[in-house]
Design a protein around this ligand. Sequence first.
Ligand code: ADP
Length: 232
Amino acid sequence: TTERLIMSEKLATVGEITASVAHEINNPVAVIQGNLDLARSILGEAAAPVREEFRLIDDQVYRISVIVSKLLQFARPEDYSGARTLIVPADVARDCLVLTRRQLEAAGIRVETRFDSAGQVSMSRTELQQVIVNLVLNAVHAMPEGGVLSVGTEARDGHLVITLADTGTGMPPEVLSRIFDPFFTTKQAQGTGLGLSISQQLVGQVGGRISARSEPGKGTRFEISLPLAPGG
Ligand code: ADP
């Protein structure tokens, strides 16, 4: 429809602006980081009284660089997409649970896995990893007091479906309907609101879909559906 066409043109323009702004921010951030390191090494032991202040500057500069790289990836996904290979999502999901083990343990979250399908899909391994890690960390944020994270894979209608279900805060319908919107976050300063929109792009690029169901106070269930590779 016309409306959709106008919408996608608008998004393209916003994407271009976003990409150039993000790019412009990169240079001064690199200069700040470089000079911070330099100042620290010049001062040596004399920097001890301001160690905490240096650490805070470091943290925040790092935070800017993370936001900038997410913005760039969001605005120009084609520049960042990794090579597609045949991968087994069950293996990638296992890796992601190892990568996030510290955060899961710190929050007191029990993980249950059920990998019913070891089917293969054609996708960049690092991109699928990024999508799953993002979902795991969102689940951690949704279960600050602990809970259960169920992770599984199954084959369904020619698709490999990865499920991540948490027993966290859940979301009311008005939040759920916006979670894939770029920059939508309920985490104020802690969130970028780009995690799920980037995930949706990455999954969409290989003909897959990502969806969510949620109930406030009960939890949230995400499903990533990816076309099974022929013979996979
Ligand atoms: P961010 O995590 O930076 O806010 P995301 O795009 O990853 O960005 O998520 C957008 C919003 O979706 C979050 O701010 C949160 O409100 C909601 N959300 C995502 N995952 C969950 C979850 N597992 N449980 C509850 N809310 C969630």
